[in-house]
Design a protein around this ligand. Structure first.
Ligand code: AMP
Length: 394
């Protein structure tokens, strides 16, 4: 056995691996992309040199090649001591990470209708690793689990109650692993116990969500039944009027077309008509591109509204935290968003913000700000590695 922990994130056409040592220090990573396509490719540790995959390799074949490569490079010397898997949806069944056995697999399958694009491929990753390492304990870490502490008033929609009782229609929330990490890190940086931490955490990547954390627990979040609700995202609309479906169906647009539009053609991409890349949008806006400017404005305004909304669940606030590709790197988005929130007494320090808090203990707020605003690089892989190690040894 090798004293390491392997983290597997199996997506629809890709699989990512991260290898941690027993002290939870990351020692290697690997990525296979465009799986099931002729041009499937793989890389290790961000190297540009590709690793050869069989043509049209599937998840199982890619994982086998990546593990063999770890072995050849002596990054892995025998089976790891634990394997952690990211699983998108745990429904109401999983309030925390779970050791994988046949009952866990059945339960993941049972909630798959809630995440038909994600849970089945997560299971492919689990089954592939079970075949490669039959005697290694494996753990599922769910994107939804951290939000299972939402009170009913926050997770219920105002729909006929049978929608919830018969079909499970409720707010589940996603990015839970990232929000949990932000809460822990913010508590550490502010020298507060996690059990009393009161945080508003914004995960802003290609997918975006915001969570209210009270006493270290998630009590409200912007994503709902699916990851489509809430903030403006890269290609997802976030909140729209549900009357849109009826209105567009009257114009000959099918439900399937509306689904595609809301998920793939909306958000920053839809508003700008150019791209879902915030970096490019900021450059275009600087050059006077009006749709790019509008996309950024709508993104920041919606985010500011949600920060305000999240205060309804809190009795005090220790910090507002930004993470994800946009949250960690876009000083402009942080500034424009917080500019809307002067009434809450939030205030950005432009210099700290430009440095992403690097010289100021992650703080990008000014000394006059009523509450600290922090930038914290998220690390979902680390949470999964810790959970896998904890449960494997339990
Ligand atoms: P993620 O899904 O967390 O990788 O985040 C992807 C998003 O982060 C994309 O919209 C990127 O354009 C954005 N992003 C990454 N780096 C920067 C940057 N330096 N400035 C602005 N946005 C960035």
């Amino acid at each position: 056995m090798d004293e390491s922990i392997l983290v597997v994130n199996s997506g629809s056409s890709s699989v990512k691996l991260a290898l941690f040592d027993k002290h939870h220090k990351k020692k290697a990573s690997a990525l296979a992309e465009r799986l099931n396509n002729q041009d499937a490719s793989a890389r290790i540790n961000g190297n540009l040199d590709p690793i050869e995959l069989p043509e049209g390799a599937n998840h199982q074949q890619a994982l086998q090649v990546l593990i063999e490569t770890f072995n050849q490079k002596e990054l892995l010397k025998g089976p790891p001591m634990a394997i952690g898997h990211r699983v998108v949806h745990g429904g109401e069944t999983f309030r925390e990470a779970a050791l994988i056995d046949s009952a866990t697999i059945t339960a993941i399958k049972n909630v798959s209708s809630l995440a038909p694009l994600h849970n089945p491929v997560n299971l492919v990753g689990i089954e592939a690793m079970q075949e490669l390492f039959p005697s290694v304990p494996q753990v599922a870490v769910f994107d939804t689990a951290y939000h299972q502490t939402l009170p009913e008033k926050a997770y219920r929609y105002a729909l006929p109650k049978h929608c919830y009782e018969d079909w499970g229609v409720r707010r589940y929330g996603f990015h839970g692993t990232s929000h949990y990490f932000m809460a822990q890190e913010a508590a550490r940086l502010l020298a507060k116990p996690m059990e009393t931490a009161s945080i508003i955490s914004a995960h802003l990547g290609n997918g975006c969500s915001i969570t209210a954390i009270r006493d270290g627990k998630s009590v409200d979040t912007s994503m709902g039944l699916t990851p489509l609700e809430g903030l403006v995202m890269g290609t997802r609309s976030g909140d729209v009027d549900p009357g849109l479906f009826d209105y567009l169906s009257g114009r000959g647009v099918s439900a399937a077309e509306v689904h595609t539009m809301l998920n793939n053609d909306s958000g920053l991409m839809g508003l700008s008509g150019h791209t879902n890349d915030m970096r490019t949008l900021c450059d275009l806006a600087d050059q006077g591109d009006k749709p790019a400017r509008l996309a950024i404005d709508v993104f920041c305004f919606r985010l500011a509204r949600y920060i305000g909304a999240m205060t309804a669940s809190l009795s005090h606030l220790d910090a507002v935290v930004f993470t994800g590709g946009i949250g960690e790197n876009s000083a402009h988005v942080r500034q424009e968003t917080i500019n809307h929130l002067g009434l809450l007494g939030l205030d950005i320090d432009p210099e700290r913000n430009q440095q992403h808090g690097a010289q100021s203990n992650n703080r990008v707020s000014s000394v006059d700000s009523r509450f600290p605003v922090l930038t914290i690089p998220t690390n979902e892989e680390l949470v999964i590695a810790r959970e896998a190690n904890r449960l494997a040894n339990a």
